[in-house]
Design a binder for this molecule. Structure first.
Ligand code: FES
Ligand code: FES
Length: 163
């Protein structure tokens, strides 16, 4: 398919890219925009590792084409949620709880948890588990991931991105 020019709104900035229309957003973010925090897992929308926020909803970027992502939606990647100097509340809680083994799934987990808490500020444990169902962790860090999200859910901390 012939390449075309697309305009994306990523982490608050307009980014122009040239890509094949059906190229997955995941590869555009990683290879063309250098946003390597979003990871490839299954490539089939099953593992949640590649999730990004699209107008506040967590979407697997492996299943979203660049042409579909270039319709004015606000895309936020893990880099747009917080910075090392100023972590978002959920990023901070993941660090404090050591909610990871290898860390490969962590960006997708934080994106999914952010989407949940932006939609519902104080979800119950079962609502958290249901919302995180599409995110897999091969290191089985689930208890610490749940504890981190529950801590933020029970707090009054701002959920909005701090980047
Ligand atoms: S890589 Fe996208 S859901 Fe697994
Ligand atoms: S921390 Fe290793 S896959 Fe989740």
């Amino acid at each position: 398919m012939a390449k075309r020019d697309f305009r994306l709104l990523v982490n608050g900035k307009t980014r122009n890219v040239t890509a094949e229309p059906d190229e997955p957003l995941l590869w555009v973010l990683r290879d063309r925009l250098g946003l390597k925090g979003t990871k490839f897992g299954c490539g089939a929308g099953m593992c949640g590792t590649c999730k990004v926020l699209v107008d506040g909803e967590a979407w697997p970027s492996c299943r979203l084409t660049v042409s579909a992502a270039a319709r004015g939606q606000k895309i936020l990647t893990i880099e747009g949620l917080g910075t090392p100097e100023r972590l978002s509340a959920i990023q901070k809680a993941f660090v404090q709880h050591g909610a990871f083994g290898c860390g490969y799934c962590t960006a997708g987990m934080i994106v999914a948890a952010t989407a949940l808490l932006m939609r519902k500020r104080n979800p119950t444990r079962s609502e958290i588990i249901a919302a995180m169902d599409g995110n897999l962790c091969r290191c089985a860090a689930y208890p610490d991931i749940l504890a981190a999200i529950e801590e933020v859910a029970a707090s009054t901390e701002e959920i909005e991105p701090t980047a």
